[in-house]
Design a protein around this ligand. Structure first.
Ligand SMILES: C[S@@+](CC[C@H](N)C(=O)[O-])C[C@H]1O[C@@H](n2cnc3c(N)ncnc32)[C@H](O)[C@@H]1O
Length: 281
């Protein structure tokens, strides 16, 4: 099982790879993005998911938003700049939180977007204090996803919205399929992915209704392929790093393998990328 320290460490060690392969400094994004007919390039796709999710959750400038698992703050800063709402971002990584606060200041939105090192399953925020809980590719890390949902339900006001985008494995996987999906998950410090069915049940149990699920796998396919292609570059760079340093790059080999696995398993329909919205009863 991955501890909170393991997850934070995974992100801290992987930062340079995200910077190299994922345009991190410009996009501030640690997610797949969302490609639609009007998307011209990767950078646009990375930002586009913010547009898609904020529209689905009808976020307005009067909303108080929690960005649960905020990375280096890309979505929070986007929301503050483009919608003008106030956002609190939380991450397990102190390094990410410090970076996010510095980026919010650089972008002139520190009065709207602030970041703290906290666990989204036990935030310590008062009950009924947020209008929206937002989570992109972060809830997958929770070993017990219902712990996140219970906490989201507690801190949301009545009628508050949950909006998230994440990976969900196909039901009843077995054999090599199950093994490949698990190997990918573990490479990203994820214990296991939920299935859509299991997660929807947990949403209801946590007090959510009006649950809407959209399969957005088609909208991440370009990014999944781009990540897959980086596998080959990563192999060469990994070889050079080992050759020069006589040591493997930290987290390097695992991230190279996951780049291959995530695409192969997506092409085999072993998982889906879902956008889920729900309302607190
Ligand atoms: C793939 S990154 C996504 C970051 C951001 N949502 C984005 O789209 O750029 C996953 C994030 O979830 C955070 N995370 C994972 N488990 C968490 C937990 N229990 N509490 C708070 N943050 C968590 C990690 O620290 C990391 O910042």
């Amino acid at each position: 099982m991955f501890s909170q320290k393991d997850i934070a460490r995974y992100y801290d060690l992987s930062e340079s790879q995200y910077r190299f392969f994922w345009n991190l400094d410009k996009s501030l994004s640690l997610h797949y993005g969302y490609w639609d007919d009007s998307t011209k390039n990767f950078h646009e796709a990375l930002l586009n998911i913010n547009k898609v999710l904020s529209a689905k959750a009808a976020i307005s400038k009067d909303d108080k938003v929690l960005d649960a698992g905020c990375g280096i703050g890309g979505s929070s800063i986007w929301l503050a700049k483009n919608i003008g709402c106030s956002v609190t971002g939380i991450s397990l990584s102190e390094k990410q939180v410090n970076k996010a606060n510095a980026l919010a200041a650089r972008e002139g939105v520190e009065h709207l977007a602030g970041f703290e090192q906290k666990d989204f399953t036990a935030t310590g925020f008062p009950s009924d204090s947020f209008d929206v809980v937002w989570a992109i590719e972060s809830v997958c890390h929770a070993t017990d996803k219902s712990a996140f949902l219970k906490e989201a339900s507690r801190i949301l006001k009545k009628g508050g919205r949950l909006i998230m985008a994440d990976f969900f494995k196909k039901e009843n996987l077995d054999g090599k399929d199950a093994q490949q999906v698990q190997q990918w998950a573990h490479g990203w410090a994820v214990e296991d992915f939920s299935t859509k069915e299991e997660f929807e049940k947990q949403l209801q149990q946590a007090g959510f209704s009006d649950i809407r699920t959209e399969d957005a796998s088609h909208a991440i396919m370009h990014s999944a392929k781009k990540l897959y292609r980086s596998y080959f570059i990563g192999r060469v760079l990994g070889f050079l790093y080992r050759f020069i340093n006589r040591n493997p790059a930290p987290q390097g080999k695992k991230n190279i393998d996951t780049a291959w696995l995530q695409y192969k398993t997506l092409k085999k329909n072993l998982w889906k990328y879902l956008i889920i919205s729900a309302e607190k009863n």
